[in-house]
Write a protein that binds this ligand. Structure first.
Ligand code: MTE
Ligand code: MO
Length: 468
């Protein structure tokens, strides 16, 4: 639980704002850990990320959401499996009767127990035979309300789930899910602190025997087991960040192995959520470093009159498309929701050439399995190379995959990726390469960069496919 909390806080620190209305317009948050968004300069979603102390965040570095997500998801998987075993044991015995109130007397009983606790004149411990009203309510809430809510709100943040269950719009949107997920976190922190405090202040030795050994006596066995448990928790707490930072690639690949089956399952033939003009976000966070190369600056100054998009690799007919040629081809307009891995969404209307139209002309060879998009811009990091990302070729035949030169009916701005950017709504934001320079059809992406399939995958340990 503690490592889940730490990695969860790290994910929050990547976009440390919470909203209720489904959008993410600065000023509309009900909770933020950062100051207001400055209006006198460009402020990207990356500028908005927070560093957490290494002992608190997991792993603690600024913008380490890639690793934090792996940590969070793999621990969640264990926690959910643990919960399933717990539910099975609860309902296959009569233990459930200890947690589920069976009469309304529970309310007056809980009030009376609360008054007794508040008077510091504790009621005699009876937990071995029966929980008091307050305990029952607290345990019931934890097991049957807070834990399921944590799971459901976690899942509702996933674009694949939102598209499948049509929750992208309306009350159950991603921002509501983030808010409730955060409130559940607050509940768990209060519960853990309160519960441990009560275990300590009401006959500790007996309580620990109840909890760890399932016996009702005053031997020290329970205490010993508890101390071993505490030592493990402390060791895990101290080692979690250093080990994650020492073996980030192992964390990335290992957690992928543990969790990816679930993402693949959720994504089977997933739809793309549909939106209308009126849903278009008033504010769309920008992200990424604008290109600085002379070549790009010259193209921008000449309004892309001499720009050519180079398309090659494993194709029958490599072509360089001018900006005017691209604009004269079949045009597609789609209103879709962009999901940044950091937690913010943005709905916009994208206009451009379907990638399938480009493929009709260049004719990919059968051995081409991936399509790599190269940017004019660099990724983040001091010596970072050019930003790129590889996409499954199947996705490129999807009618939502377009090379966009328009955003909300206007030519794409420099900030949002002029002259061209990819849209592939089956993927998260980081795969929507901006400032496109070239497209290459390849058999495999292992030979590119560090071989993980994209700039963020290589350098920030994102999953190659992270649409959940
Ligand atoms: N070249 C390039 N493309 C990029 C990025 C980048 O840093 N460089 N950031 C990606 C990320 S993480 C997101 S969320 C989207 C943001 O697009 P926007 O700036 O239009 O909101 O662009 C993606 N494309
Ligand atoms: Mo992003």
């Amino acid at each position: 639980m503690l490592l889940m909390i730490r990695s969860g806080l790290q994910i929050l620190a990547d976009h440390p704002r919470l909203y209720l209305d489904g959008g993410c317009t600065p000023g509309r948050e009900w909770f933020r850990l950062h100051g207001p968004v400055p209006s006198d300069r460009v402020w990207t979603a990356k500028d908005d990320t927070l560093a957490l102390p290494k002992w608190l965040g997991l792993p603690g570095l600024r913008h380490s959401i890639g690793l934090a997500r792996w940590r969070h998801f793999s621990l969640d998987t264990l926690w959910v499996l643990n919960g399933i075993v717990f539910y099975i044991l609860l309902f296959s015995t009569d233990q459930w009767m200890r947690l589920i109130p069976q009469s309304w007397d529970i309310i007056p009983n809980a009030v009376s127990t609360a008054i007794q606790y508040a008077s510091l004149n504790f009621p005699p411990p009876s937990g071995w035979l029966q929980y008091n009203g307050l305990q029952m309510i607290a345990y019931f809430t934890t097991v049957f309300v807070a834990a399921p809510l944590a799971i459901v709100t976690g899942l509702l943040m996933s674009p694949a789930v939102a598209a499948r269950f049509k929750t992208a719009k309306g009350f159950l949107n991603r921002q509501m899910a983030r808010t409730v997920h955060f409130l559940v976190l607050a509940y768990f922190i209060v519960f853990i602190l309160g519960h441990v405090a009560m275990v300590f202040t009401t006959s500790l030795i007996e309580n620990l025997n109840h909890i760890t050994r399932g016996v009702n006596d005053d031997s020290f066995g329970g205490l010993v087991l508890f101390l071993v448990g505490v030592a493990l928790v402390v060791a895990a707490w101290l080692l979690a960040t250093p080990l994650t930072l020492k073996f980030p690639r192992l964390v990335q690949h290992g957690a992928r192995l543990v969790t990816r089956w679930f993402g693949d399952f959720l994504e089977k033939e997933r739809p793309v959520a549909k939106f209308q003009e009126k849903d278009i976000s008033p504010y769309f966070w920008p992200h990424g470093k604008e290109p600085v190369s002379e070549e790009y600056r010259a193209h921008l100054a000449q309004q892309f009159q001499n720009y050519k998009l180079k398309v090659g690799g494993l194709v029958e007919n490599p072509v360089e498309f001018s900006y005017a040629e691209l604009q004269s081809m079949a045009k597609s307009e789609k209103i879709t929701q962009h999901y940044c891995i950091q937690g913010w969404p943005g709905i916009a209307k994208w206009g451009g050439v379907p990638v399938s139209e480009i493929m009709k002309i260049v004719r990919p060879r059968p051995e081409a399995h991936y399509v790599v998009f190269y940017s004019f811009g660099h990724g983040f990091g001091e010596h970072a190379g050019l930003y790129y990302d590889a996409h499954k070729i199947e996705h490129m035949y999807h009618d939502n995959s377009i090379l966009a030169y328009e955003m909300n009916g206007k030519p794409l701005s420099e900030l949002h990726g002029a002259p061209l950017r990819l849209r592939n709504e089956l993927e998260l934001g980081f795969k929507q390469v901006k400032w496109l320079q070239a497209i290459e059809f390849v058999k495999n992406f292992k030979q590119l960069g560090s071989g993980e399939g994209g700039f963020n995958e290589d350098n920030e340990y994102f999953g190659y496919r992270a649409p959940i």
